[in-house]
Structure formats: structure tokens, C-alpha cells
Ligand binder design. Structure first.
Ligand code: HEC
Length: 111
């Protein structure tokens, strides 16, 4: 399978799982999780400390503005292992909350 096909299959299965479950995404919880698990490498909002370019990780404000990074794409990303990021142990609810938090930044943090 090509990488694109794999991603599409993943997106399809994640979509199925998310619609089958009750919505429990809470951006406030997402924000707290971002502080504890992501802030080491990502600037988690415009006012947060910037860990600097050495981590190679885009700020969450930048992520929230990437057109390809839909809420679903963020969830898929957080459910797959990533070579440059540690493998997190996040529950599906936590993933939903982080994705909701990041997408919320695009609405809040206009330049
Ligand atoms: C140890 C450092 C590190 C930590 C901790 C980390 N990341 Fe990342 N992250 C990276 C790097 C480096 C990249 C960019 C390179 C890449 O996409 O492979 C990245 C990219 C991303 C992207 C963008 C992917 C893309 O395709 O552009 C998202 C979304 C993301 N991280 C979310 C998170 C979330 C949510 C957390 C916390 C749960 C987190 N990261 C914690 C290092 C980290």
C-alpha cells in the first residue's frame, strides 16, 4: 500500500470510531495536556514560551492554520507513531480534546 492509501484507510477507520462514540472533546483538558505533554517541543499558544527552533516542532498556532491539519488529521497523527515524536499514551478522549484545543487556536489567535 502507498503511504497515501494507508493514511486514507486510517482516516476512514478513525472517522468510524469517532462517530460511534459520544463526543467528549474538551479544549480545556486539551490545553492542560498540551502543557504537560507537548510544550517541551511545541509552543502551545502565542503567549506560551517558545522552546525554539532546535526541536523542529511547529507551534500549535501554526499547526492550527495548516489547511491539511484538520481536526481529524490531528487525531490520526496522534494515533500513529511518529519517528520524531515520542509515542504518547493518550486515550481517545484525550486525543479528541487536544485536537479540539489546537483547532480552537486558529479561531482565537489571529495575527
Ligand atoms: C520530543 C518533542 C515533541 C513532543 C514532546 C511533541 N512533539 Fe509534535 N512534533 C515534533 C516534531 C519534531 C514535529 C515536526 C516534524 C514532523 O512532523 O515529523 C512535530 C509535529 C507535530 C504536528 C504536526 C504534524 C505535521 O504533519 O505537520 C502535530 C499536530 C504535533 N506535532 C502534535 C503534538 C502534540 C499534540 C503533542 C503532545 C501530545 C506533541 N506533538 C508533542 C516533536 C514533538
Amino acid at each position: 500500500m502507498t503511504a497515501l492509501k494507508r493514511t486514507l484507510v486510517l482516516i476512514a477507520s478513525v472517522g468510524f470510531v469517532t462517530t460511534a462514540r459520544a463526543q467528549t472533546a474538551d479544549p480545556t483538558i486539551g490545553r492542560r495536556l498540551a502543557e504537560t505533554t507537548c510544550a517541551e517541543c511545541h509552543q502551545i499558544d502565542a503567549a506560551a514560551p517558545d522552546p525554539g527552533p532546535r526541536t523542529g516542532a511547529p507551534s500549535f498556532v501554526a499547526v492550527s492554520r495548516m489547511s491539511a491539519m484538520t481536526e481529524l488529521a490531528i487525531k490520526v497523527f496522534l494515533q500513529t507513531s511518529h519517528p520524531t515524536m515520542p509515542n504518547f499514551v493518550l486515550t481517545p478522549d484525550e486525543i479528541d480534546s487536544i485536537a479540539a484545543y489546537i483547532k480552537g487556536l486558529a479561531r482565537k489567535e489571529r495575527p
